[in-house]
Design a protein. Structure first.
Length: 304
């Protein structure tokens, strides 16, 4: 009988422990939110002159515009967790974003609402940013975001958490073709493990090819273990279409990925579509298993 065999009982207990650990103890954290355009460049763009991304990436560039904007985005994909083992599963990952921006006055700013769901887990984020020109070629901005999360990472029930984070960014145009950017994320260490600094550059060649490079790290920890690389290129096709490619490698969260996308840009209307693939390696300290994400994203922006 089973109860008379201590080794059989031990094997059975180990099996159920492995099963519950695979499904509950190792759960996937939320992906870093990115706009459709940023997904197409694998997140690169700290030095790009972007408006709708002011509460997402670098809050400074919005001051270099002189318009208002309404932005809407929907993204969705499948997240495969621990697919290399016999206990893997797939979760549906979705997100929605609404961003309202205005840069008609001396001080520019934006408001954003983001909603992310991953399986039964959900995150809501409210963000605000302000920015102003500093001289003729430089801009400085500050952003603040409030996160509310409902997660079931341990399998014992839903847990609600709230966090607040601030960041600041700088953009400087060395010339009409070459810009530099700097972003400090969560410098007050409000959320453990999310503090980092990112510097970037963008060069535009003959108004046809744009090259974007970002380099960052968590300056409170070992730089070699938290270094972040992002690189992307954008090609202008005809007068209205832009084709984008990007790749990134984030040592802090052990993630690599690529992105590709196309954008149709008019003076008042912009439409973007992107595909993004990423892989995250198992991290015992963060209690995460191997993850593979494949997602698509669509956004529309109207300026007036």
């Amino acid at each position: 009988m089973l109860h008379n065999n201590p080794f059989a009982c031990l094997k059975l207990q180990l099996f159920f422990f492995a099963l519950t650990s695979s499904f509950f103890a190792f759960a996937a954290p939320f992906e870093e939110f990115q706009t459709t355009r940023l997904k197409s460049t694998a997140g690169a763009g700290v030095a790009s002159v972007l408006m709708d991304e002011s509460t997402i990436l670098n809050p400074a560039p919005i001051a270099m515009f002189n318009v208002s904007s309404i932005f809407f985005q929907r993204s969705g994909g499948d997240l495969d967790i621990d697919s290399n083992s016999g206990f893997g599963r797939t979760e549906r990952a979705k997100s929605t974003a609404i961003i309202v921006s205005d840069s008609n006055g001396g001080v520019s700013g934006s408001l954003s609402y983001l909603n992310q769901t991953q399986g039964i887990n959900e995150r809501k984020r409210f963000g605000v940013s302000v920015s102003s020109m500093v001289g003729d070629r430089s801009a400085f901005g500050i952003s603040y975001r409030f996160n509310k999360e409902e997660t079931n990472l341990d399998g014992l029930g839903m847990t609600k958490t709230s966090t607040r984070q601030g960041s600041f960014g700088i953009l400087h145009a060395l010339s009409p073709s070459f810009t530099l950017g700097l972003v400090a994320v969560d410098p007050l260490k409000a959320v453990p493990g999310e503090t980092k600094g990112i510097v970037g550059g963008q060069y535009v060649f003959n108004d046809f090819i744009s090259i974007m490079l970002d380099l960052g790290a968590d300056y409170n920890n070992n730089l070699a273990d938290s270094v972040l690389y992002r690189a992307a290129m954008q090609f202008k096709i005809y007068n209205d279409f832009f084709l984008r490619f990007g790749a990134h490698d984030d040592k802090a969260i052990k993630e690599k990925g690529t992105g590709v996308g196309i954008g149709w840009v008019q003076p008042k209307l912009s439409i973007d579509f992107a595909l993004r693939n990423s892989e995250r390696s198992e991290d015992n300290l963060a209690a995460t298993k191997d993850q593979k994400l494949k997602e698509s994203s669509f956004s529309i922006s109207y300026r007036f």
